[in-house]
Design a protein around this ligand. Structure first.
Ligand code: RP5
Length: 160
């Protein structure tokens, strides 16, 4: 059993530079989370065990980032009915288009909420997770409203 609401999983240590932005955003919103490396290709049994037990382990939302032939979000979504948000990590060879295409075109019946490539996607995946959790958590809903208001307040009226 985990005490975390959100699992932030990624296919490789090399994805952490991107996925840490999801973790940092969850941290800023005081959402309990846990980061793990779970590879669809290199550790398929770890992936299977994680996805199969994620709900029973207490996770409510899964954020899955991967690059290249990025099968992790889709495979995890195939094994759980928890909401899965997929983050296409920017690959070197194809700038993340490969990651995006690998994640976005799920067949009807197995949903992955696909975000933008890279840091924006990782950050927004955390904010979407927050929106989902906030539906049943008024205190989090307030923190999320405040987070958004702070971003709005930070936009200058004129360029410096
Ligand atoms: C994918 O392969 C990972 O998600 C990562 O984005 C990509 C490259 O992995 P490394 O070779 O850097 O470990 O499975």
């Amino acid at each position: 059993m985990s005490t975390a609401d959100v699992a932030v999983i990624m296919g490789s240590q090399s994805d952490w530079d991107t996925m840490r932005h999801a973790a940092e955003t969850l941290e800023a919103l005081k959402i309990p989370h846990e980061a793990r490396i779970v590879s669809a290709h290199r550790t398929p049994e770890r992936m299977y065990d994680f996805a199969r037990s994620a709900k029973a382990d207490g996770f409510k939302v899964i954020i899955a980032g991967a690059g290249g032939a990025a099968h992790l979000p889709g495979m995890v979504a195939a094994l759980t009915t928890l909401p899965v948000f997929g983050v296409p990590v920017q690959s070197k060879a194809l700038s993340g288009l490969d990651s995006l295409y690998s994640i976005v075109q799920m067949p009807a019946g197995v949903p992955v909420g696909t975000l933008a490539i890279g840091v924006a996607g990782a950050t927004n995946a955390a904010l979407l997770a927050a929106s989902v959790l906030a539906l049943a958590d008024p205190a989090l809903s307030q923190r999320l409203e405040a987070w958004r208001a702070a971003r709005t307040g930070a936009v200058a009226e004129r360029p410096a």
